[in-house]
Design a binder for this molecule. Sequence first.
Ligand SMILES: [Zn+2]
Length: 346
Amino acid sequence: MSNYPIFGCYYYPNSSQHIKSYAHLSHEQITLVDSENTTLLASTIDNCQLDSPLPGMASELNFADGGRFIPQDVEFRWPFALKEHGLSERLEKNKILIVASVLLIPLLLWLILYRLIPSVAVYSVNLAPASTIETMGEQTLSVIEKVALEPSQLSTNKQSEIQQQWRLMLNSLNLDSAKFRLSFYQSDYFSANAFALPNGRVVVTDELVDLLKNDPDALRAILLHEIGHVQHHHSIRLAAQAAASTVVFAVIFGDLEGILEVVLGSGSSFLQQAFSRDMEQEADVYAIKNLLKLGYSNHDFADAIEALENNLQAQEGSYDDTWLKYLSTHPSSQERIEYARQYKPQ
Ligand SMILES: [Zn+2]
């Protein structure tokens, strides 16, 4: 028996009738006695239940038969409860921990969405059958075709000339020509632009071919940049991220329509997708390295970005925001130009 009885009130089972009493604790046993030292109740500690106590409130002990004992001292905590309830009470008391968790939860979400899921997606891409990615890419293209692409106006000669350069380049880099296909479209929406679908199809607009018509090496540099996006699985990483964030936010905010949108809207979301700075840089490095491997110059890539940048400046004002697209999906041109010009192979 404990030397220090705990003074409090014993409430009879399912009743508001109560009596002042003392609780005696031993290791496994709790005994309640009244002021005459007559035993009111004896129970093993395992058969008792504690309400999770809040700061400033007494820690109420509930017995199996429905009786309750409430210590008079609101600060009193049952020694056997320390392990069980200590943590939640400490958390509630500790404002620093509360503030930290408010900050840590978004950080954790960010890590999961932007670091963990993209890397898991990349890993699973290697396990996914090529036919799935092929279907995904072609379906995305047919959505974009409906919304933003018109048949190419380029001459057959011009098209086959570029296609021939493309095949030569694929051969020299040991890339599968069944996977990497080049398509031409006219597009007011994309204007002078190129983009790659996850299955390896690269789309080039007539406007881009026109812009670089006197600089085939610069066009090659852009095409290599797009191949870089495919080789690094950037679209798939973004799609996984978008899907996962929608699901996470839908769960948090209870927005089920969002989930439906993810399932139905993967094609149109491609139009809004923007690669991260890191992804752009990865694709730039891929392009520059392979230009050098093919015996061309790192300056070809810088020239290509410069041509796009100059074209943008010249057109500014006469075009509205659609014109900003290439450079908004490909940020900080000046940095990229300098990086390419100063590139030294390791
Ligand atoms: Zn890019």
